[in-house]
Ligand binder design. Structure first.
Ligand SMILES: [Zn+2]
Length: 768
């Protein structure tokens, strides 16, 4: 019966709507039309169309392929002249369905050529302040003579291969195209001057100590294959300095010759330990392999100090093999202290390793290897078991850079060995971060040159979790009763950036070279977005499963942003288009406020306004089932007798309905509310987020309700939520635990909290 009546009312309503529209047209007040601007709109325009290489689920497609590049290299370090030279043979395997007429090789060192264009790329004018080292490097130093000298490029039979160098890229023209599923071998001989990375601000190079010794951290040091894939073709975007690397997986055999009194460690498994270790070192190494709780020194501080006094003219060659890595790095010096311990990851042992000059102590002997071991365990638990045999943390002044199995980290105590908390936490955090990069992007091998956030953002998010876990595992390392002081990840920390000047912020989905502040853009904001997604939007169980699915689907493969976005939905059944759009594709921010609150009472005596409402819709009460009305307390004709009465006391219709339709037992079981509120929430920020509300009632009790972000689907600016209650509402607070990175909390409460002005606070201060 009700159905028929409702159908009828709908019809009447539609009819009246048409008349209404005609009236408006006559007055020409109709607003112009608009495109679909909903944040909840499907992301089809932003996403590329799924295909056989990359499926709509976010997993690799059935035709997914990736190229492989295997390297055999002989490298020699000339410590006296700080030069490095090498010869390498690359075997490139074309797994793509395409024939390739040329190959692209990356020559990253060319960014340090004397007349490099990279120095001329910045058009930002005079900076107000600059670090002394950067200033000196830019305006006072002789330009450094860096860059690769390519001595020869030859095919497998030793014949020269035609090649063209364009800045940081080299094209090798093949005499005949490399067919799909075939491979080609060629060799390159090269050398370059190693920069002093503490002066020339480089990602690798050497630091020179007062005693004339140097500590080398060497990376991007050999011509490397560019990536060829289904997304970019050849990924041959130039290296301008900010956009990091896109690299092909492969197997490496590397022999590195250094002065005989040097210590060295590198990507891969050492093949000739007996030739390069002393007998004592081998004994200590055997002990370290069984030490799971603390590191064992392989080279002590005394031994390192002693070694630094000499300068051997003899040479030693360290031989390594590495399987399925996307890059290669090594560190060497006669000043290094060296410690190691074993870590159980899944069912196998991994070595956690640290190399540091004495300048790093006492901080480094205490925390470095501990942080490495913790990172491997923490990250493995959220992704996949760390697959490599070791992870090395090298102390290099001002550095924070990552390579497979090895990374460089800052954090140096004062000369007298004292250090601040800032230095200590900075050091532990950078080690967690850089070791963590083994997972993203060394193994989940995204294109860093295009998408900084895919490695930095994911890694910073994982770093935040690992730091918090570190604080719980080692409470003695943090201040009493405190959590680990993470610099990035907590929602409130991103507020200054997201509230900042729109002309200097970019969406996360930007190329790193186009971004003003890479730190907040590619590290902190995506890390925070993921943290909020985990804690507030999806919940840990759904998020962790989806995140792990992404890591495992793309382990040892090349994912794109869509592969990540799609997988997170695919494995969770949480519709996230609005979240990716708001947080990743725009510079919108979160600002949700309580706009107003209205109190209503139940009546069956309609006011004039209610009758007008009905009339405008061609409705008469005769057409409808009996109605109850809600009277607005602030309306002029509000009947004050209604105040504080339960609905059945105020409305005969409701009472009759209950008598006719409910048994006595049912009537007893229902709770009749006394108060009705309509609360308006506004979202001037633009990112739809759940409205997390704490309601407080007159008796002091509280109730927490989270309205899902979907509440903003039909109106992104304002929504009106209805609350019925037996108790009077006295207070409303939005986002009481600061979970959403709301940039303006002055509109988060009702009644509005009077914010003390700075001047009032100042007056209070001088009074006190
Ligand atoms: Zn990083």
């Amino acid at each position: 019966m009700n159905k028929i009546k409702y159908g009828f009312t709908t019809l009447i309503f539609l009819f009246s709507a048409v008349v209404f529209a005609q009236d408006q047209e006559a007055e020409k007040t109709k607003e112009p039309g608009h495109l679909n601007q909903s944040k909840f709109k499907q992301l089809y325009e932003e996403f590329s169309t799924p295909n056989s290489y990359r499926s709509a689920s976010g997993a690799p497609g059935h035709a997914y392929y990736q190229q492989q590049a295997n390297y055999v290299m002989d490298i020699e370090l000339d410590d006296k002249n700080h030069r490095i030279s090498g010869s390498e043979t690359i075997t490139y395997i074309n797994n793509s369905p395409d024939d390739l007429e040329f190959l692209w090789i990356q020559l990253d060192q060319n960014i340090r050529e004397k007349d490099s264009k990279a120095k001329l790329k910045n058009g930002g004018g005079v900076p107000m302040a600059e670090q002394a080292s950067a200033f000196a490097g830019k305006y006072m130093a002789e330009p450094f003579e860096g860059g690769f000298i390519i001595e020869e490029v030859k095919d497998a039979s030793g014949k020269p291969l035609a090649h063209t160098i364009n800045f940081t890229m080299m094209r090798i023209d093949l005499p005949k195209p490399l067919k799909s599923k075939e491979q080609v071998s060629f060799s390159i001989k090269w050398n370059y001057n190693i920069p002093n990375h503490t002066v020339n601000r480089a990602r690798s190079g050497y630091e020179e100590f007062a005693d004339g010794n140097r500590a080398y951290v060497i990376a991007q040091f050999f011509p490397r294959m560019a990536v060829y894939n289904d997304v970019e073709g050849w990924q041959n975007h130039q290296f301008w300095g900010n956009g990091e690397f896109a690299l092909t997986f492969g197997d490496y055999e590397v022999n590195i010759t250094v002065p005989a009194d040097h210590i060295l460690d590198a990507t891969g498994t050492l093949q000739n330990r007996k030739e390069v270790y002393s007998k004592e070192m081998i004994k200590r190494y055997e002990k370290a392999k069984k030490s799971y709780d603390k590191p064992v020194l392989i080279v002590t501080q005394d031994e390192a100090v002693e070694a630094a006094k000499g300068f051997s003219e003899k040479k030693k060659t360290w031989k390594f093999k590495a399987k399925n890595v996307r890059d290669y790095g090594f560190a060497t010096s006669r000043r290094f202290i060296w410690d190691m311990q074993a870590v159980k990851v899944g069912n196998k042992d991994v070595m956690a390793v640290s190399l540091y000059p004495k300048e790093g102590n006492p901080l480094w002997e205490e925390y470095s290897t501990k942080a490495v071991a913790h990172t491997l365990k923490s990250y493995s638990s959220h992704t996949f078991d760390y697959p490599y045999p070791k992870a090395i943390s090298v102390h290099a002044k001002n550095q924070g850079m990552e390579y497979p199995m090895i990374c460089w980290n800052y954090g140096r105590p004062n000369e007298d060995g004292t250090y601040s908390d800032r230095v200590k936490y900075g050091m532990i955090s950078v080690i967690i971060h850089e070791v963590g990069h083994n997972f993203f992007p060394m193994i989940v091998n995204s294109d860093e040159r295009q998408w900084g956030w895919m490695d930095e953002g994911l890694d910073t998010f994982m770093q935040y979790m690992a730091e918090q876990e570190f604080g719980e595992l080692y409470p003695e390392a943090v201040a009493p009763n405190s959590a680990y002081p993470s610099r990035r990840g907590a929602p409130a920390k991103i507020v200054p950036y997201m509230a900042g000047d729109q002309s200097t912020i970019s969406p996360i989905m930007s190329n790193p070279e186009n971004v003003y502040q890479l730190g907040p853009n590619a590290y902190a904001k995506p890390a925070t977005a993921l943290n909020i997604l985990r804690e507030t939007i999806m919940g840990r169980e759904l998020f962790d499963h989806a995140f792990k699915t992404y890591a495992q689907r793309w382990m040892f493969k090349h994912p794109t942003p869509e592969d990540f976005f799609r997988t997170m939905e695919d494995a969770s059944a949480v519709d996230l288009d609005y979240y990716w759009r708001g947080w990743f594709y725009t510079t919108d921010y979160v600002d949700i406020g309580v706009k107003g609150i209205k109190k209503y009472y139940v009546t069956d005596k309609p006011s004039k306004k209610m009758l007008e409402y009905m009339e405008a819709r061609n409705l008469t009460t005769a057409d409808l089932p009996p109605l109850v009305y809600l009277a607005d307390e602030d309306a002029e004709d509000f009947d004050s007798n209604l105040k504080g009465k339960a609905p059945s006391e105020s409305s005969m219709t409701l009472k009759e309905y209950m008598m006719d339709n409910m048994t006595e037992a049912e009537r007893k079981a229902v709770k009749e509310p006394k108060y009705f509120y309509e609360i308006s929430y506004e979202s001037p920020g633009g990112i739809p987020m759940p409205i997390i509300v704490e309601y407080t009632y007159a008796d002091g009790s509280t109730e927490n309700i989270t309205y899902p972000a979907e509440v903003w689907r039909k109106n992104s600016e304002e929504v009106k939520m209805v609350m019925s209650s037996q108790k009077e509402l006295t207070n409303i607070v939005i986002d009481p635990k600061l979970e959403t990175a709301d940039i303006d909390t002055t509109n988060n409460s009702w009644p509005k909290k009077e914010q003390e002005s700075d001047f009032d606070q100042f007056k209070e201060k001088i009074k006190g």
